[in-house]
Write a protein that binds this ligand. Structure first.
Ligand SMILES: [Zn+2]
Length: 268
């Protein structure tokens, strides 16, 4: 079901590689993923999150701080995705959410996962053995027209055009974006005038929003490393002065709100 990124012919698995009828072949790594990213599709040698930030993110997520979000995603997939369907995690990171979903869903679904960061895909492939994991770019996905029943995009760059091309009519896109009060208590430490996030789903002209829920709860962060990891996962970290970041990064505990907007779009 994957397509060759060079010629768009179907890729077939042959032993330890994927091959198309034109003889382009892609090795499967020891972790179980395949690299379908061509040199001209990436803008740096090692695109995406660095291995260090992926490792600390994984440690943070494994403590369950974002589990309520993983539970909501599982429930949406249960409601909207049928037995035997195909579903892509478009921006899988370390595979935390997909792993949770695959462990907690009792349907047979063909799961695919991709990310631009090779190390992230390797971590995802190790956890999600039954999923087809590949390094790729969400703006050029190796799938045929209308070949997927759904996909999810969690705090990720996205392409409405590409999603519309690969998702079939009646298929869905699940998008997670920050809610108005996401990490507001952390922002209060850092900024003199903390602002609320504008709640915004995705702009997907060929889709209709059929469900929108908020997942909101409080997290007790009791370790300095958890506070630092979480803050560094946000875009705020990079747009804030060192001095202001330091006010937060020196704390050893804080109660902070997680606030997510989860939107489900159906292809018209
Ligand atoms: Zn090919």
């Amino acid at each position: 079901m994957l397509k060759c990124p060079k010629c768009y012919k179907e890729l077939r698995r042959e032993g330890s590689c994927y091959r198309c009828e034109n003889g382009h072949s892609y090795d499967i790594s020891k972790e179980g993923y395949v690299n379908l990213m061509l040199a001209n599709m990436k803008h740096s040698r090692e695109p995406g999150d660095s291995p260090e930030s992926l490792r600390s993110r994984e440690a943070f997520l494994n403590k369950g701080y974002y589990q309520p979000l993983a539970e909501e995603l599982t429930s949406i997939i249960n409601d909207y995705i049928k037995e035997g369907a195909s579903f892509l995690d478009a921006g899988c990171g370390t595979g935390y959410y997909l792993d949770f979903i695959m462990k907690n869903i009792d349907k047979k679904i063909s799961f695919f996962a991709t990310d631009i960061a090779k190390k992230g895909v390797a971590m995802c492939a190790k956890k999600c053995r039954e999923a087809t994991c590949f390094v790729g770019n969400v703006f050029h996905l190796p799938f045929g027209e209308e070949s997927l029943d759904g996909l999810m995009s969690i705090f990720c760059p996205y392409s409405g055009e590409e999603f519309s091309r690969i998702v079939r009519k009646g298929g869905i896109v699940i998008a997670v974006t920050p809610g108005s009060h996401h990490l507001i208590e952390m922002k209060e430490v850092v900024y003199d005038e903390p602002y609320l996030n504008e709640e915004k789903g995705y702009d997907l002209p060929d889709f209709e929003c059929v469900r929108q829920t908020k997942v909101t709860y409080e997290m007790d962060l009791a370790e300095n490393s958890d506070i630092a990891t979480l803050w560094c996962m946000t875009p705020y970290y990079h747009t804030t002065s060192k001095e202001n970041n330091e006010r937060l990064l020196s704390l050893t505990s804080i109660r902070a709100r997680a606030d997510f907007l989860v939107s489900v779009y159906e292809k018209k």
